[in-house]
Design a protein around this ligand. Sequence first.
Ligand SMILES: NC(=O)c1ccc[n+]([C@@H]2O[C@H](COP(=O)([O-])OP(=O)(O)OC[C@H]3O[C@@H](n4cnc5c(N)ncnc54)[C@H](O)[C@@H]3O)[C@@H](O)[C@H]2O)c1
Length: 356
Amino acid sequence: MKNILVTGGAGFIGSNFIHYMLEQEEDVSLLINLDLLTYAGNLENLKDIENDTRYRFIKGDIRDKALVENLFQQYDFDTVVHFAAESHVDRSIVEPEIFLTTNIVGTQTLLDAAKRHWKLEPGNKYSREYRQGVRYLQVSTDEVYGALGKTGMFTERTPLSPNSPYSASKASADMVVRAYHETYGMPVNITRCSNNYGPYQFPEKLIPLMIHNACHDLALPVYGDGMQIRDWLHVKDHCSAIHTVLTKGKIGEVYNIGGNNEKANLEIVRLILAELGKPESLITYVKDRPGHDRRYAIDNAKITAQLGWKPLYTFEDGIHETIQWYLGHTDWVERITSGDYQNYYRNMYDKAEPLA
Ligand SMILES: NC(=O)c1ccc[n+]([C@@H]2O[C@H](COP(=O)([O-])OP(=O)(O)OC[C@H]3O[C@@H](n4cnc5c(N)ncnc54)[C@H](O)[C@@H]3O)[C@@H](O)[C@H]2O)c1
């Protein structure tokens, strides 16, 4: 692993992953962050490493074939970690199209460029030989499996059964990645992780939204009865799992990632209120969203047994640390809620040299 392309590195998990790699992985010569800076991309997440000589930011769209091809030519990537996506289920219900183009076509654009660049005989359609040590990792989600009843867990063999336009687009992308492995022999992995929490999460998602609203004594909107169960994992544990798959994962395999931390949304909201010393009367039940999956739970036996990965955070420590992080970064949250964060790119990068 020398030259890494990270897509969507200005988002929540991608920015945590870039920090993780620059801190933990010695074998990084160059890490390029390709991000379109949609509303969800925030370069302030990476402020502390922007002068690291191993790191470079490129503003661009993963669906832009010429740009992606040019980046492969210029930087000779051997590793791709693909995070970039439209990621918010609520938005996918209102505006499905951008989820399909970004999440499916964007994935195919990256796969095509990687295939062209890595294949030993790019012109030979029967050849399945690739350069040594190259790997494409697709960051997927447990939501592709659909919903569970009161019992059971998702394994890597659970049939895909997505219920929202978001999860349908992610499942479709997974199928495209699988097909490139089966048809062209591409060296790929897919990881399917449960719900993440931690620093730098955009405040439209459950945990940062509830912390923000509670701090401002605003209503805490809870969908339906609040008994939707998610399997929560600290984002740093997700990053270490992706790193483990990159270094030890068997080519062509799918790995589920989860922390065995099933919690109902309402339980999390109550926990946040208790930690902040705010009253439960702030909880406001709102009409449930259509197609809202009731329960997700990940069976992480494959990655723990075969690759030796395990999460380091307990939920109690992780959520406490996360609440403290948001309390210590109210300026970061305020700049997002006011829209100011989008000026950061203009101030920092507008005068940057264009891509050769
Ligand atoms: N957040 C979770 O709990 C979770 C759990 C499992 C898997 N995932 C997956 O992990 C990945 C990252 O999730 P996240 O929560 O960090 O998302 P996010 O919404 O915080 O970040 C997505 C990033 O992708 C960028 N982006 C969007 N469209 C782009 C395009 N066309 N070209 C280039 N960049 C583009 C955005 O600017 C943003 O920086 C996604 O693929 C998501 O499906 C997320």
